[in-house]
Write a protein that binds this ligand. Structure first.
Ligand code: SF4
Ligand SMILES: [Mg+2]
Length: 456
């Protein structure tokens, strides 16, 4: 993690040279006076102070008004998740990066007190693991976006939409709770603290789990029935002054990725291991990053055929990614794969405008329509479809082939892929043949390739 942080983490004025990670025209959607303004700017200032490399930063947002934060940032990765689960998503991303890759990604979670209440154990678990995730907890003591309801962080006597006569349940002290989970870095600040960004920078730089609870006001709902002031938030619990500042900064803890690699060192790349990978042997004719969406019916080898195409692309010296989708029932309904191929490294694996769409069954067409894939087709999108099917009105060039009738339903997706390869010439068919020759059913796959080559 240290590699991405080249700047200082002190309370000095940032040597930013006007640099910002926020969009130039970022329009903050928050209500007037909302603490979210201060905290979000402080996160940006912290990243500037750290001189962070944007491609090594990922902001994962939770649900609520705080869920609008990630889109305000430019150039960094961002990920909007389900309510309360943002820390779990970020921990997963971090573990993949630290265990499987070079651990350069810095993961920051932005979550409200509502999300922290719903997903509390995810935060505790991330602290236990000591994954290199920094949680910025926007604590305004209530659910803002849904109408100002009580949360587990609401102080005693707090008036909210669901506690009109005052809250009677003691609030969670998340700092104390996480100290119990042996968290490495814990801090509590208020949104208007002048040095908030310094604390956030230290939390981000900390090599392991860190959480900064930032006390703030929801001006829309908290001011209605409560006489509180933004500069007195540490005293919001009657009879108690909450400790502010850095409360824990343990330097003897080992970050999860390091601990994992220490315990399970990766084997040296032996000659044997190297040989088991795909060594490019062919060229390709990819003129640009190419997105292909293949959809058919579960059990008709949609995803395994797509994987053969990905392997063939790598055999041709291209980079390739594959994302699969199917219903929870796994063995029924649709099956879908999205493939991206490029001569360049692929940082964005989604397909905004597909270059090729392959639909091998009615289930596939239905799902492509439901996911808006047809409506995102452009005039130059090639649509290869079984000749028994109709396509919703869309741009794109439709090519109909008897995929199911002539080659059988079980082969329709694979034949659709072969047809795309043959029609576009993006990869040599020999590369697909070589990958097919290594499969369990090599004989029938190779004979299919011969038929498709002869037929079209
Ligand atoms: S509803 Fe509350 S938390 Fe949401 S933007 Fe408005 S003031 Fe901020
Ligand atoms: Mg809240």
């Amino acid at each position: 993690m240290a590699e991405m942080l080249t700047g200082n983490t002190s309370a000095q004025t940032p040597n930013s040279g006007g640099k910002s990670f926020l969009k130039v025209d970022a329009k903050f959607p928050f209500c007037k006076g909302c603490g979210h303004h201060h905290i979000t700017h402080a996160i940006n200032d912290a990243l500037v102070k750290l001189d962070a490399e944007p491609r090594h930063v990922n902001i994962t947002s939770d649900i609520g008004c705080v869920g609008l934060v990630d889109v305000l940032f430019d150039s960094v990765h961002s990920f909007h998740t389900t309510h309360g689960r943002s820390t779990a998503f970020a921990a997963g991303i971090e573990i993949a990066d630290s265990v499987l890759a070079d651990s350069k990604l810095k993961n920051i979670v932005v979550i409200g007190d509502g999300g922290a209440m719903i997903g509390l154990l995810h935060i505790v678990n991330a602290a236990q693991l000591n994954v290199d995730v920094t949680v910025i907890l926007y604590n305004n003591f209530l659910f803002g976006m849904t109408g100002g309801q009580n949360s587990s962080f609401s102080p005693p006597d707090f008036v909210t939409a669901t506690t009109p006569r005052g809250n009677i349940i003691p609030p969670i002290d998340i700092i104390a709770l996480l100290e119990g989970a042996n968290a490495g870095f814990l801090a509590r600040k208020t949104a208007t603290d002048a040095d908030l960004s310094d604390t956030i920078a230290k939390a981000i730089a900390y090599p392991g789990f860190a959480l900064v609870e930032v006390l703030e006001l929801c001006t829309e709902y908290a001011l209605r029935g409560n006489s509180i002031r933004g500069n007195k938030l540490a005293e919001i619990i009657p009879g108690k002054v909450m400790e502010l500042g850095i409360i824990s900064d343990k330097r003897d803890k080992v970050e999860f990725g390091k601990a994992y690699k220490n315990k399970f060192p990766r084997p040296e790349k032996t000659a044997e291991l190297k040989e088991s990978g795909i060594v490019p042997r062919y060229g390709n004719s990819l003129e640009k990053k190419t997105g292909i969406v293949i959809a058919g019916t579960a059990g008709e080898r949609v995803q395994s055929s797509a994987y053969m195409l990905v392997q063939a692309a790598v055999l041709c010296g291209a980079n390739a990614t594959q994302k699969n989708d199917n219903p929870v029932t796994q063995g029924s309904g649709f099956s879908l794969s999205e493939i991206v191929m490029s001569r360049e490294e692929i940082y964005y694996t989604s397909i905004d405008k597909p270059d090729i769409i392959i639909a091998s069954s009615e289930d596939g067409v239905r799902e492509l329509a439901a996911q808006g894939v047809f409506s995102r087709a452009g005039v130059d999108t090639m649509i290869i479809i079984d000749d028994s099917l109709d396509v919703p009105e869309c741009s794109g060039k439709i090519l109909r082939f008897p995929l199911r009738r002539r080659y059988s339903p079980g082969n329709a997706a694979f034949v659709g892929i072969l047809t795309a390869v043959k029609t576009t010439g993006i990869l040599p068919m020999e590369a697909v043949r070589e990958i097919a020759a290594g499969q369990k059913k090599a004989e029938s796959l190779l004979s299919l390739i011969d038929r498709v080559v002869a037929d079209n």
